[in-house]
Design a protein around this ligand. Sequence first.
Ligand code: IMP
Ligand code: MG
Length: 419
Amino acid sequence: MKPRVTAVVGGQWGDEGKGKIVDYLATDSDIVIRAQGGDNAGHTIRNEQGKFALHLIPAGIFNPDSLNIIGAGTALNPKTLLEELASLEERNVDTKNLLIDPKAHLAFDYHRVLDGFQEDARGDYKIGTTKRGIGPTYMDKAERIGLPARLLLNPDEAIKKIEFVLERKRRAFPSLADKDELQADYYRDLLEQAKNRLQDIIKPVNSIIHDGLVNGKSFLIEGAHGALLDIDHGTYPRVTSSNSTVGGLLVGSGIPPRYLTKAVGVFKAYQSRVGEGGMPTELTDTLGDKLREAGQEYGTTTGRPRRVGWFDLPAAQYAHQINGFTDIAITRVDTLSDFDELKLGISYENGEFSPDDAELLKRKAIFENYEGWGEFKATSFEELPESAQKYCRTIEAAFADAKLTFVGTGQSREALIVL
Ligand code: IMP
Ligand code: MG
């Protein structure tokens, strides 16, 4: 039997509703892997057990038959993970099917302090990071002074390494040198707790993945953030610090590229962006406020109000160029029900989509108008109001070789049309 490997990637700037798609696909996946990013990401999942906000643990945790892996490409904050595990267990979610790749890099509170400090010092070059320390964690990884998760198995060695790192940080950032978070002792308790709770689940995963591939298992790699935040191909410099495109998911999970069978691009029926940067279809008026409220567009991780706007086709087409989607999901079609008239950004007045964020800031969208579709109930695509069908098909047509596979029509697990 041939293995199936599906990668799910956000097609915009994050918060496309990937959680819903990933939750659906996870019910049919043997192995679910989170491959990049850290607790800067947040997936909201609603299922029969309730509403959950996951930051690090893959969505397959709700499927008793899936093995979940936090992959090598992630930035893993052990404190967040312990809290997330405890809160799932409190709600009777079985967490035993979880493994951590020992190669994942650890994010600590000193990374958060540095993230905040660097962000505040950026002035006009502000990114609007989540201040979860993810950028500084990947900086340390690239500098080869990071702490792989395997060090959690040996707290003494971890403390020694942390002290070595913090000594450098205190010299590099003298104004932060006295902060508790920049002293190694601050981490002793956490390291002990992490060892106690995690020692059995930090395990090499490559043989498990390889055996699964050889034996025809089904894999799901869940992306975080969104393609336009990819550090190489996104709207640099206002991007996250990992590769959030399909290629990054393969590297971060350790699944060889030859096995990829499906790449699902998840798009919201409109658009949102958190943090600074270009957004040619942004709505900054009361219509924008209405859309933000209708979609409850506030960060899962930070609670920040998200910037919102109409769907941006040129940006979506760029996302397709760098991901090669085979399938498209359009989520939150129901959110637009309150609007009598909708707009779709089909091109720009002044140039093409540019991943150079300074250039993109200058772009102004040209819109096509669509008739609103009002409230609806639909369990199949054909049951959607005609104007909603047309809207979805217009978006689908912008991706020459990808087909529309999912349409999200509400918050519940069932509110998903599979074409
Ligand atoms: P960082 O990932 O915290 O370094 O933030 C870098 C940029 O990515 C900022 O604009 C954040 O708002 C954005 N970002 C990071 N993760 C997410 C996400 O999951 N959803 C939306 N925006 C995100
Ligand atoms: Mg999110």
